[in-house]
Structure formats: C-alpha cells, structure tokens
Design a protein around this ligand. Sequence first.
Ligand SMILES: Cc1ncc(COP(=O)(O)O)c(C=O)c1O
Length: 356
Amino acid sequence: MRQATVYIDSQALQYNLNRVKQLAPNAKVVSMVKANAYGHGVKDCLAALSATDAFGVACLQEALEIRELGFNQPITLIEGVFSLDEMSIVTAQNIEVVVHHQAQVDWLLEHKADYIAKGLKVWVKLNSGMNRLGFKIAEIKAVINRLKAEGLTCVLAMHFANADADHPLNDEQIRQFLEIKNDCAPLMASCCNSAAIYKYPELHFDYVRPGIMLYGATPFADKSVHDLDLKPVMQFTAEIIALNHIQAGESVGYGSTFVATQAMDLAIVSIGYGDGYPRAFVAPNTVAVNGQLVAVVGRVAMDMIAIDVTSLDVALGTEVELWGKQRLVDDVATANGTIGYELLCRLSNRPERKVI
Ligand SMILES: Cc1ncc(COP(=O)(O)O)c(C=O)c1O
C-alpha cells in the first residue's frame, strides 16, 4: 500500500473556530468551506465546525454537498447563483445568495415569495475597489433600497483586496463600505475574512467570514500561525520507502540537478506532485523527520522525493512530515513561491485521508 496520508485534526479545527469567536465575540461566524474545505475535505471538517453559525461556499454543488452530509446551518453562496434555474434549488435547500449583478437581482425577485417565506437573507456585494464582483458605490444604494422595498432582508457584503497588508486601498474600501452601511441603515454588514478579523476588530459587524485561519494557516506574509495562536489542522505525511548511500559527485533524481559534495545518506519518500506536493521550488525546501528539519534534494517527481538523512536514525517506514505542526504549510509555500491556500487546495485525492 502506498503510504501517503493526510491527517485532519478535528480538535485543532475546533480550537481555531473558537479563536474566531474570541476575536469576534459579537459577530456570527460564516465558516468558509469552499474548495472542499480548502482541500481538507468537507466531509471530514463539518462535524468539527458544527458550532459555526453558517457556512460559505463558492457554488451550488458545494452547498448541496453540505446538505447531503446532513448539515442544516445557513449556507451563503458567495458568488451567488449562475443561472435562474439554480434559484429554485437554493430556495428549496435554504441557501442564501450573494447578488453582485443585475441579472441575479432579477432572478432572485422571480423567487421572492419563497425566499422571504424561508427567512433567507440576501447578501448584496459592494465592489469597493477589488474589481472582481459587486455593484459599484454609485449603483448599490438603489439595489439595496429596491430589495428592501420588495421585503427582503439584506446584508451588505464586501471583500478586501489587501486585508493581509498595509495598502492605501484598504482605507478607500472601508470608506465606501461605511458610507453605504450608514446611508442604507438599518443594514446588516459583513466584510472580514481571516486577515481582516485580526486587523480590523472595529469592522466585525454582523458576520465574519474566516477561511484560512480555521485551517491553521496564516493569511499574513509576516505573521506565523504561532503569532496568531492558531493550530495547523492538516498534517501531510509519507513514509520512507528506500535508503541509499551516495558518494561525492553522484547526482540525484531527474535532470541530475543535485550533485552531492560529500558522501551522504538519502531516503526516498513516497510523495510527489501526483499527490499534490509542489515541484517548482524557488528556495531550498525541507521536511520534518523525527522532529528535525531535513533538506529535500533533487527534483520532486510524480511519486517520490529524496531527502538528506545523513546521521539521522531512520528506517524503511519512518514517517516524514511534508507539512503539519513541525514543518508549517506556510513555510513550504514560501519556499515554493506561493501561499498556503494554494498548496492545501491543490492536494490530489491520492493520499489516504484520516480524521484524528
Ligand atoms: C468573499 C470571501 N469571504 C471570505 C473569504 C475567506 O478568506 P480567508 O481564507 O482569507 O479568510 C473568501 C476567500 O477567498 C472570500 O472569497
């Protein structure tokens, strides 16, 4: 049996959800479980997140998966529906929609009676400068006033382009958001993702929408999960399947990119890009073995990597942590020139999954 395993730590997930609640005690929590719970596996995460007030997903299929798994919390479709025929399904399944363009408003109004009867809220998205989804400031008031006049309960929604950084656009986004919130009062509001939950306690309002922090990875380039008091939820491991001793001048792996400068012990680990382990590193990378960080040498292949285990006590079957509590996914991501979000989301379904 191939030995690559993704462990999901339910207690860490609960701990991180509690961190959100500590940080935002007066807001309801929409736990973002899109993209298969950021690659952690929706079916393996929902029970640990059952104390959440709601879930957030990117499309109807993801919402229906939550219902099929038997979870009845409110769900928000953060990009709304993509066609009129999805409206009858969302209404039947008690799923709330974002509206970010006029066609979505028209589709919603066609289903207004059922939507209101189910007590569903509509999330009206402001495009305050990210320029992906949403109504511009000049048009959104009319949309909100119309929806309110039709009897719908609205939540003003906005997403920061730079919540993880000090960027001049942040102030402008906040200014626009507060202007609409005040002008259309009373109006519920939601604008905080993980980074903004930490950075803007004064902007938590009615709903916060944590994603990456729930999974124990950092949204910030300059703050680790330890700084944020979060616990990594995923531990990604594989086993040593072969041991080699090579001499100075011998090379390792495809392209012979690594050449030993002295005699060394190598371990071959059953992990590769076929499992979702990244290949294109921009800086030296390490894995954790027996609590120690050791270098990955040579290219990552589809099924294997080589690591330097010189003077380590290892054997066939020794477990290697690719990322987890000892080797943080955020640090692997930095060495890979990307962010933890991407590495987590792009795992393949080849590794075995276990909930602990
Ligand atoms: C609208 C919206 N809200 C919240 C989040 C959660 O963001 P994060 O994972 O950075 O907390 C996302 C994620 O992309 C999002 O698109």
